[in-house]
Design a binder for this molecule. Sequence first.
Ligand SMILES: [Zn+2]
Length: 273
Amino acid sequence: MRKTLCFIAFLCGSQTLWAAHYQAAQGDVLRVPAPVSGKNITVKALGKHWPVYSKDGKYIAWIGIHLSVKPATYDIHWFAGDAASVHQAVDKLDVKKGNFRISHIKVAKKMSSFDQAALKRIRADQAAIKKAYQASVDVKPQWPAMIWPVEGIVSTPFAAQRYVNGEPRSPHSGLDIAAPTGTPVKAPLAGKVLLVADMFLNGTLVAIGHGDGLTTVYAHLNKAMVKVGDDVKQGDVFAEVGSSGRSTGPHLHWGVQFHGNKVNPLAMLGDHL
Ligand SMILES: [Zn+2]
């Protein structure tokens, strides 16, 4: 993600405002400093409102860019103040195509399809995950920089696109981190456990809600040590790495959704300021 590249002056009514111009790629999470000051700072971009966090007197919006947002230039609308006096500003955001890995594999036809019973389970599993993503959680992440849930090697990057026998599969919705079975998995941020389940493809899966529309999922676990409704603090061990479900070896599949957008977990690590 690249930050401010240039500033463009433009006229709005009788005031000259300055708009920053940002660049980001599909799957990024952009941190944008507020160009407005005052009370009730809000921001809207890509058709949604985004959380604004304050730290050391600075107000910064976190904007998630779904991995399949169309590459184009978008407006970031800022508002501050009350009904009597609203200040506004508009920043610009260029979304570029993500540089995602593409691979082709060939498998015997019967290996690449599922029977009706399996498809039924897969659909039920997907519905349970979707419900967890849409759950609202009463947790207020004040500055939601995450820590790594496990230490290991990234074996499959975010949004990797696989073609099986020439047919495109869904882009990889998270990040795979290879680590031995039994490696502790830590909560990257405080939150509440939304889902613990055994799934056909994902194996043992945990979903954690962190508030402000931010949810993380962990799949192919060896075991989960939490139950739905448990609170976790950043760094709490809640599961072990495994190879459950459809998996070719022990690894953690880590997915992040931010206001319904699948974003790169790497973009949530550290402050990135
Ligand atoms: Zn994965």
